[in-house]
Design a protein around this ligand. Structure first.
Ligand code: B16
Ligand code: MG
Length: 223
């Protein structure tokens, strides 16, 4: 990386702490076929589309369903998820992430969103941050899910930047692989062991500034 010109953010688990609501909604779906979803199972669902998440849960439960039954469960899951996030506010944003975005905008960087969620826009509206994003690439606009880099490559293209000019912020292992495969700088938010492929792992955005990223991605990298 020679120069940082843009940031691309994942949504769930990076901008906002919605993973817990996905977990509740999926747990209730899994219980309808007597499977108790664990937190470990839930890790496998991070960054994965709704349709693929159901397939993973069915496989874990050793259950097969007809297509129309799956469709009904997908609708039910999303209805419950949407009711759980009904009252979502800025308070549930990850601490420090808005400051990092504000600083980046002041520096003239381009900001994009790269998420597997089909609910991304309405979540950004609820949080009152949709205007920060020059491009929103989400589950409605991509063919290949993470770990394929399509969501981030499309984001960079829409921002008019090359992948090597952008840093991707991700909380899922699949998302980090997508960022690395696409040629982006990658920052993992969460557990260093789970996200060990990331160029940098942080447990929180608090105290993360452009100057820290500049040191890690430009100065250390080129020395
Ligand atoms: P939806 P991200 C992903 O969002 C979540 O991590 C994943 O758990 C969820 O299944 C997926 O979005 C689809 O979400 O049901 O809202 O379309 O982390 O890529 O922002
Ligand atoms: Mg995520």
């Amino acid at each position: 990386m020679k120069e940082i010109k843009g940031y691309i953010f994942d949504l769930d688990g990076v901008i906002v702490d919605t993973a817990k609501y996905h977990f509740v909604a999926w747990s209730n779906i899994a219980r309808t076929f007597d499977y108790e979803l664990t937190h470990e199972d839930n890790e496998l669902l991070k960054g994965v589309s709704r349709v693929d998440s159901l397939e993973i849960i069915l496989e874990l439960a050793g259950k097969t369903l007809e297509d129309d039954q799956k469709k009904a469960l997908l609708i039910k899951k999303n209805e419950e998820y949407l009711s759980l996030i009904e009252g979502l506010t800025k308070d549930e944003m990850l601490p420090g992430v808005e400051d990092l975005i504000t600083e980046a905008r002041e520096l003239g960087f381009k900001i994009g969103l790269g998420s597997a969620s089909k609910n991304a826009e309405q979540i950004l509206v609820k949080l009152g941050v949709i205007d920060y994003f020059e491009t929103i690439v989400d589950g409605n606009g991509v063919v290949n899910g993470k770990p394929h880099p399509e969501v981030f490559l499309t984001g960079a293209k829409n921002l008019g930047l090359h992948p090597e000019e952008c840093i991707v912020f991700e909380d899922s292992q699949k998302g980090i692989v997508a960022a690395n495969t696409g040629g982006f700088g990658s920052v993992g938010i969460g557990n260093a062991e789970e996200l060990q492929e990331a160029d940098l792992v942080i447990s929180s955005f608090e105290k993360l500034t452009y100057s820290v990223l500049q040191t890690v991605f430009i100065e250390l990298h080129n020395n």
